[in-house]
Design a protein around this ligand. Structure first.
Ligand SMILES: NC(=O)c1ccc[n+]([C@@H]2O[C@H](COP(=O)([O-])OP(=O)(O)OC[C@H]3O[C@@H](n4cnc5c(N)ncnc54)[C@H](O)[C@@H]3O)[C@@H](O)[C@H]2O)c1
Ligand SMILES: O=P(O)(O)OC[C@H](O)CO
Length: 335
């Protein structure tokens, strides 16, 4: 598994591509933006996303999707969830024409709006079975900004096919990047998607000036409700206490690098949602995943008070402080 195509050259895709190049793999990275291709190939930088990082000169960027994925053993998708279906459709057609069957890996974190599908479910629908040798979700507590400076990071490679997960583990492992495998891809993908909702709440508490007690409470009760929905959707409860569950919840709810936390923080400071999205310039997955999770909870009659409160703030114009007051005034419960 030495020839890899990384699809998406935002902060996470470009950093993962750089790790793989440094690990000795032959990597091509695809981005839809021509300017970014020129910058990556000529200056070996990606300033909009990671201004400090100098990329390995062996990393080759292209905006020709067919050229990027030709003769690759692995295709790693790292684009916003909203783009997964259309890009997977294009990849599926090219693989069919070329009669190729690479391993498909994704490192994105979200649920599709409307269908509520997980990313591996979308890939299953859009890339024909005869044109893929497996699907792996790559997920855990990891910020591009820290991996870029080679800080220690632990991630899970999840697949129902353990051989495929182990192949991904082997590709990425090095002195600072340690990869675990997990066969519960449902739990890993759901933990990854749902933690972003709670991170919006944690950021909002910070923006409003609440202290550590409130943040710990939100994370704990947040984990309880996202695990509840996850288990109802077929995940193993144990997965939620692993890297892609509580691990990712902790980092996203506490790190200044998190786009979700930063978005919540700005909302807490009273900045309107449209301005928060406009100013971020990068994907804030928790906003759409909140809607998907809210709808799923309604459908399945799962109690998710924090997700519901965040939905009311994001989609129904509810004041954040009022939403917090209502959460606190709920009838007393047993843990
Ligand atoms: N940034 C991180 O530290 C990090 C860590 C782990 C997981 N993730 C996940 O990885 C995914 C990507 O995040 P990111 O932070 O790299 O995002 P980003 O906003 O930094 O970059 C997204 C990339 O996707 C491209 N893109 C956007 N819409 C597209 C479309 N319709 N078609 C094709 N390309 C499109 C953009 O041009 C850009 O290159 C998200 O699901 C995120 O949750 C991010
Ligand atoms: O920056 P965020 O909030 O999208 O989070 C990035 C990663 O998912 C953290 O593990």
């Amino acid at each position: 598994m030495s020839k890899v195509a990384v699809i998406g050259a935002g902060s996470w895709g470009s950093v993962l591509a750089n790790v793989l190049v440094k690990n000795g793999l032959d990597v091509k990275i695809w981005t839809r933006e021509e300017k970014q291709v020129a910058e990556l190939n000529q200056q070996h930088t990606n300033r909009h996303y990671l201004p400090e990082l100098k990329y390995d000169e062996r990393l080759i960027a292209t905006n020709d999707l067919a050229a990027a994925i030709k003769d690759r053993q692995v295709i790693l998708l790292v684009i916003p969830t909203v783009a997964i279906r259309t890009v997977s459709q294009k990849i599926g057609k090219i693989l069919q024409e070329n009669n190729e069957q690479p391993l498909i890996v994704h490192a994105s974190k979200g649920l599709e709006l409307g269908t509520h599908k997980r990313i591996s479910e979308i890939i299953t629908e859009e890339i024909p079975a005869e044109n893929r040798s497996g699907i792996v979700a790559f997920s855990g507590p990891s910020h591009a900004e820290e991996v870029a400076r080679q800080d220690i990071t632990l991630i899970t490679a999840a697949s129902t096919d353990l051989t495929a997960a182990k192949a991904v583990q082997k590709m990425f492992m090095n002195d600072f990047f340690r990869i675990y495998t997990n066969e519960d891809i449902v739990g890993v993908e759901l933990g990854a998607a749902f933690k972003n909702i709670i991170a919006l709440g944690a950021g909002a508490l910070h923006g409003l000036g609440y202290g550590d007690d409130a943040k710990a409470a939100l994370m704990t009760r947040g984990l309880a409700e996202i695990s509840r929905l996850g288990v109802a959707m077929g995940a193993k409860s144990q997965t939620f206490i692993g890297l892609s569950g509580v691990g990712d919840l902790i980092v996203t709810c506490t790190s200044v690098h998190s786009r979700n936390w930063r978005a919540g923080n700005q909302l807490g400071q009273g900045i309107p949602l449209a301005d928060v999205i406009e100013n971020m310039g990068m994907v804030i997955e928790g906003i759409t995943t909140n809607k998907a999770a809210y709808e799923l909870a309604q459908q399945q009659q799962i109690d998710m008070p924090i997700t519901q409160a965040i939905y009311q703030v994001l989609y129904q114009g509810c004041d954040i402080k009022k939403a917090i007051t209502e959460l606190m005034q709920r009838e007393g419960r047993s843990e």
